[in-house]
Design a protein around this ligand. Structure first.
Ligand SMILES: Nc1ncnc2c1ncn2[C@@H]1O[C@H](COP(=O)(O)OP(=O)(O)OP(=O)(O)O)[C@@H](O)[C@H]1O
Length: 575
């Protein structure tokens, strides 16, 4: 069984999509999912921007009235100023609440969507577990806010654009003074978005690589300790750290430079507006209140701080959706609608190629026990995986009782074809739940019968709560875990049962008992048993001998045993 390593990712051609929204289907899908709450965010932030834009106008009028003869007339305007300020506070709070809920909802949807896809892809998922976890946890949290941020960015554009329009309405000359400096501001924003986007994507890539390597190390902790390689492995895990640091500094440099440039440019622009408005006041073309409004509008029109923040979040969110889209890249397995006809589980491979195996044609009669043998790396696990459609072959077809596996309904496939592995994952909450885990939950009696057949009943009953013992409280040896995995497969036994090295940790006596149960106690059907032991091969009806990228022979063990090369397969395994 092979898993991708973090450093093999680039070799697998996993790369972020490039280009605009149209070429980023997952980004589009995310935006579509979060559209409804984002529309509410847009409404609130637009109202917020509207209140912000109305305030300078109301303040200007109030000031002019207070400076004039009819001060009493300023009362309602003063009340309007208070109302606009109150509305700003209320809308801001509501916006915060709706945005937080929308972001959490979209983040949860992204995690669900990506995880479901990864599970539907099967064992050939493109990413190492640690990297995938980093993407599901960190990147999903950055991608979730994209729809609401997009809405808030639109509203963040309203304030400067509205400020400019309102300034033009208040005083055209002051607006022209501001417009003269605007191209520089637009250029600054464009450079910022591009530079921070590149740095952000590279940062996330390095972060994912470290996470992937760390998970590998946690899994291989015993090997690392035995090899006294902790320091060497720490260096391997942290190898992408300089790149992470470089990209982190680059992001800060881009943000810092943009902030400094904006800090230098914006007061200059506001000062230019104030100077022109002052001249217009001196000419009598503008009132004092008008000048106050012009200055406030100049501040709003140049107030790109919020916009920069939103753009920054959008750029990070876009890079995060790109990384999540990589997890969605391998196609999910699709299923047909057919059921299996009457039959005993005849298994057939037609011109099938997968892994090291090329153009395999093989027929295992229904009800036969077939042992799959061959040297290490000859493709036994690869054959077992396609036989039960854990993966599809690169080429050719696999059929059970004459039906190509992709045409079977998902339910029929998983009901009729069972698997047990060398290192089974114990996925139930309790030991009994682990055995029952799968299609059509078997009852307690069936669970016990399966455990007995797999020689697991005795040690399970010795656990503090027997079958109800939580898995976390039942540390197990490799052989015990294997017996639970076998019991799980037995409890769901259909017409084809595939054991991939699933008895390798059992002692010979237990393995013999399990083999007998396999023949006598379970639903009759075909058994495909990946075997390293000569005794397993000897007990099988037929041996599928894999060698040199194909099936070297399909014959009973006794017949093959005459061949020195066949005997050498077991000599190698025993060595
Ligand atoms: N779908 C695949 N695509 C590419 N390579 C594959 C695929 N499946 C398996 N391989 C490669 O083929 C080789 C054989 O793998 P496999 O696990 O089937 O061997 P095996 O006979 O079960 O070995 P062992 O007895 O050591 O467990 C390995 O190098 C593996 O990485």
């Amino acid at each position: 069984m092979t898993r991708p390593r973090a450093d093999l990712l680039s070799a697998r051609g996993v790369r972020a999509p490039e280009g605009p929204l149209a070429q980023r289907p997952f980004l589009r899908e995310t935006v579509r999912y979060g559209a409804a709450p984002a529309a509410l965010v847009l409404l609130l932030t637009t109202a917020l921007a509207g209140a912000g834009l109305a305030l300078p106008w109301a303040l200007g009028r109030t000031l002019d009235l207070l400076l004039g003869d009819d001060r009493a007339a300023a009362g309602p305007w003063l009340a309007l100023c208070a109302a606009l300020t109150g509305a700003t506070i209320l809308l801001g709070a509501l916006d915060g609440l709706v945005t937080a809920v929308a972001n959490a909802r979209t983040t949860a949807w992204i995690r669900d969507r990506v995880l479901r896809h990864v599970l539907a892809t099967g064992p050939r998922a493109a990413l190492p577990e640690g990297d995938l976890v980093a993407r599901l946890v960190g990147n999903a949290a950055q991608a979730g806010p994209v729809p609401a941020t997009l809405a808030a960015t639109l509203a963040a554009v309203i304030t400067p654009v509205g400020g400019l329009v309102a300034l033009a309405l208040t005083d055209g000359w002051s607006a022209l003074a501001l417009l003269a400096g605007m191209p520089v501001l637009a250029l600054l924003l464009k450079v910022f978005v591009r530079a921070s986007g590149d740095a952000g994507a590279a940062y996330l890539r390095a972060q994912g690589e470290i996470a992937g390597r760390l998970t590998e190390a946690v899994e291989g902790a015993r090997t690392i300790a035995a090899a006294d390689a902790a320091e060497r492995d720490a260096a391997r895990i942290l190898a992408p750290l300089p790149e992470l640091s470089r990209q982190g500094y680059r992001m800060w440099r881009v943000t810092g430079r943009s902030t400094a440039q904006a800090a230098a440019l914006l007061p200059l622009l506001q000062l230019a507006v104030l100077a022109v408005a002052g001249l217009r006041l001196a000419d009598g073309a503008l009132s004092v209140g008008g000048m106050l409004a012009a200055w406030r509008y100049a501040v709003l029109a140049t107030g790109t701080g919020a916009l920069v923040g939103q753009l920054n979040a959008l750029v990070r969110g876009r890079a995060a959706t790109d990384r999540l889209a990589e997890a969605l890249a391998p196609p999910a397995m699709t299923y047909g609608t057919r059921q299996l006809p009457e039959g005993a589980g005849a298994l057939e491979f037609r011109s099938m190629s997968t892994g090291p195996l090329r153009q395999v044609d093989l027929y295992v009669p229904g009800g036969a026990v077939a042992a799959v043998v061959g040297r290490s790396g000859s493709g036994k696990t690869a054959l077992a995986a396609v036989a039960g459609r854990l993966a599809d072959p690169d080429r050719g077809t696999v059929l059970v009782d004459g039906v190509p596996l992709p045409e079977l309904s998902r339910d029929a496939l998983r009901r009729e074809v069972g698997h047990a592995f060398a290192r089974p994952a114990l996925l139930g909450a309790t030991v009994g739940g682990t055995i029952a885990f799968g299609v059509g939950e078997p009852g307690p009696d069936e669970v016990r019968a399966a455990a007995r057949a797999a020689c697991a009943d005795e040690f399970v009953r010795r656990l503090p709560l027997g079958y109800d013992t939580p898995c976390a409280e039942a540390p197990m040896s490799g052989g015990e875990a294997q017996r639970l995995g076998l019991a799980r497969a037995f409890a769901h036994c259909g017409r084809l049962l595939i054991l991939d090295d699933a008895t390798s940790s059992l002692d010979s006596a237990t393995e013999l008992k399990v083999s007998r149960a396999l023949l006598d106690e379970l639903t009759p059907g075909t058994r495909l048993i990946v075997a390293h032991r000569v005794t397993t091969a000897a007990r099988a009806d037929l041996v599928v001998w894999l060698d040199g990228g194909g099936v070297r022979a399909l014959a009973p063990h006794a017949e093959l045993w005459r061949l020195p090369e066949y005997r050498a397969v077991f000599a190698e395994e025993a060595a």
